[in-house]
Ligand binder design. Sequence first.
Ligand code: SF4
Length: 244
Amino acid sequence: MTPTGRIHSVESFGTVDGPGIRFVTFLQGCPMRCLFCHNPDTWNPAAPVRYEMTPQELLSETLRYRSFIRKGGVTLTGGEPLLQAAFAREYFRLCKEAGLHTALDTSGAVFTEEALGVLDFTDLVLLDVKTADDAFHKSYTGMERKNNRLFLDHLQSVGKPVWIRHVLVPGLTDIPERLEGLAGYLSGYSCIERVEILPYHTMGVYKYAELGLRYPLEGIGPESALKAEEVREAFRKRLGVEVV
Ligand code: SF4
C-alpha cells in the first residue's frame, strides 16, 4: 500500500536545510521535546495537517520547482521525518529517480530498521546533536541520548556524508565543558563534512502560547552572534571541517 505522508508545511525555496536552493518538506510528528524547540506545532503526530499526500503527489509538487532546485535538491525535515519512514523512503526513491539530491534532517531519535532504510536513497544527513552530555540529554530533549549516538555510529559505518547541527543556548549548551565534550565527541567521526552552530532564538515563543503550552526557556534570551562565532572558530580549529 502506498504510504501517505502527513505534512505540516512545505517551503519551495529553502536555503538553510542543505546545499543550494531546496524544496523542503516538514513532516508532522516528533518524539522529542527539546526545550529550545521553535516548532512545537509539529510535535503531535495526530494534529491536523495542511496536506496529506502520497510520495508521488509530493514529487509532482516538488517538480513544479525543478528549475530552481536543479543545483540544490529536496530536504525532509519536521518534526522528525523518520516517524514517517515508509513515506520518506519512497519519496526519496522517487526524487533520486528524478535526478534530485536528497537531504534528511533528523534528530536520530528513531533508530529502527525501517528508519535506516530511508538512508538507501539519502545523499546527505543533517543530524541534530543536541548535546553530548548524557546526563543532561534527557532533561534537555525529553529522550535519552542513546539513539542519537547509534544513528551517528551507523552513518559512520556506512560512510554517509553528515552535516551536524547544534543549537547554542545561553547557559545550557554554550558553556565550556559541554562545548568541549561535544567537540571531543564529534572529532571521532570522519563522516562529518560540516558543522552548523545555530544560535538559539526566541521566534517560536508565540507558538507555545497558541498551543496553550508553557514556554520552557522563559527568561533566556537569544544567543549572541559573537558567542556563536567564537564557538565556530574553536570548532574549526578542533575538527578541521567546515563550520558555519
Ligand atoms: S527534534 Fe526538532 S522538532 Fe523535535 S522537539 Fe527537538 S527541535 Fe523540536
